[in-house]
Design a protein around this ligand. Structure first.
Ligand code: SF4
Length: 78
């Protein structure tokens, strides 16, 4: 995957309730921190399918995925 397709994953930690669903879905990009809330593991990701799934599965809608090059929102799209 080219750098143009990379995405940035962000977590609204105030909304996160620590289910761990995102870390199980996209383990390369999301993990639970010491406070039990999710956080990104790297500044950019090429695992677009996994992080998109994680954003769409989060029950708190706490995860957002944006295209790194353009800022376009990739997920969730509702
Ligand atoms: S799926 Fe959502 S609520 Fe659950 S740990 Fe991840 S960010 Fe937090």
């Amino acid at each position: 995957m080219s750098a143009e397709q990379e995405v940035v994953v962000s977590v609204d930690r105030a909304r996160c309730v620590g289910t761990g669903l995102c870390a199980a879905t996209a383990p390369a990009d999301l993990e639970l921190g010491p406070d039990g809330r999710a956080r990104p593991r790297r500044p950019r990701s090429d695992a677009v399918d996994e992080v998109t799934d994680a954003a769409e599965l989060c029950p708190m809608e706490a995860i957002a995925v944006h295209r790194a090059a353009t800022g376009e929102r990739v997920a969730p799209l509702w």
